[in-house]
Design a protein around this ligand. Structure first.
Ligand code: CA
Length: 371
């Protein structure tokens, strides 16, 4: 657009400027134009305690990034679990417009949609790197949007924990039978796998885990990884810390945005909001990658935690049960079937490729060989 056409257009569109013989510089610098820029005050509800390391601070990072990248035009304020609504009511609150945005994990909403769980974590499923491949480039995002559209929400990835830990136990897990009768906090499809193994899965928001474990209301728990688990003090209530977190191999944290609130924004602000989520998605994984081993060493060396690997036979049995659980969930409804088929095809491709890339390299790099 030529400069004078632009000036003409601005002049035409602005009542304040119409009719006046105003110089170009005055028009382009006119405060009246800026005064027309609408600002938006957004509330972000989360499923995490306010400022909880990694997860809660990740939500704060996202809110701050949006606020600053929009130069304050979209001002986002974060509410921790229970501040505006309880953790597990965040989805409904954003769906209804009580808040404009939420930060959580999709498996918390399995009561709304079984298919949602595929966008958080699947036992023996995709790693963080693979989740991003599926969501951003493998068709996952389109399916995710389709599911959340029924709730007037727009979802996107906004954090990843990487491979989690298997959890905290007060007894050793030597065979699959040791999981029988075990009451364990473990959400989503991982919980279904525990049920198949004879245990009782419990879904609790993070803030309630420690007291439940300490009081004996639950026998065992998983939460995230060393950095987060140490922050909750879980080592004070259980002795054995098991790995790997077969049930959450690269959990995607999500942002869910009220569709009307998002679409009310001009295009470029919508793009900033969605891309800030991408930045948050990458940043959280980077933070966990840096912090987890430091926390793990401290748990072992300073807190006397006993680190244990699930025996290979137990993992093999859990993998078999997981395949059944995931295949059965696919039968729930047509949408879940569609998501399952997409996820399954991507997983097969990821296994092929990563056998000759990531996995081969990690094995080659490790002086202990294949562990
Ligand atoms: Ca977890």
């Amino acid at each position: 657009m030529k400069r004078r056409d632009f000036i003409k257009k601005v002049g035409t569109g602005s009542g304040a400027l119409a009719g006046g013989a105003v110089g170009a510089t005055a028009i382009l610098g006119a405060p009246a134009v800026h005064a027309q820029e609408k600002t938006y005050e957004w509330k972000m509800v989360t499923t995490w305690p306010k400022n909880f390391p990694g997860l809660g601070t990740g939500a704060e990072f996202l809110a701050d990034t949006i606020t600053r990248m929009t130069n304050g035009r979209v001002k986002v304020r974060v509410y921790g679990a229970g501040e505006l609504v309880p953790a597990f009511e965040a989805f409904g609150a954003v769906s209804q417009g009580t808040a404009q945005m939420g930060h959580g994990a999709a498996y918390y909403w399995k009561g709304k949609s079984e298919a949602a769980q595929f966008f958080a974590a699947v036992p023996f499923g995709l790693t963080a790197q693979e989740m991003n491949g599926w969501i951003y480039h493998g068709g996952g995002m389109e399916l995710w949007k389709e599911i959340y559209a029924d709730f007037n929400l727009v979802p996107t990835a906004a954090g990843n924990t990487g491979v989690q830990m298997g959890g905290w136990f007060n007894k050793e897990i030597k065979t699959i039978d040791d999981l029988k009768g075990l009451k364990m906090r473990i959400p989503g499809l991982g919980g279904e796998v525990l049920k198949r193994a004879g245990g009782t899965p419990v879904s609790l928001p993070g803030g309630e885990i420690f007291t439940s474990l300490e009081s004996g209301a639950i026998d065992a728990t998983e939460w995230v990884g060393p950095y987060n688990d140490k922050a909750f003090g879980l080592f004070k209530a259980a002795k054995y810390y098991y790995y790997p977190g077969f049930h959450e191999p690269g959990t995607t944290l999500e942002s869910f945005i009220n569709k009307d609130a998002l679409e009310e924004l001009p295009d470029h602000l919508q793009l900033i909001v969605l891309n800030a989520c991408r930045v948050a998605n990458q940043d959280m994984l980077a933070e966990f990658t840096n912090r987890n081993n430091q926390a793990l060493q401290s748990l072992i060396n300073e807190e006397g935690v006993v680190l244990k690997k699930f025996p290979d036979e137990v993992l093999a049995e859990l993998r078999r049960l997981s395949e059944d659980v995931v295949a059965d969930v696919a039968e729930t409804d047509e949408m879940t079937r569609k998501v399952y088929e997409s996820y399954k095809a991507f997983r097969a491709q990821a296994i092929d490729w990563h056998t000759v890339s990531e996995q081969a390299y990690l094995n080659a790099r490790n002086p202990k060989g294949v562990v």
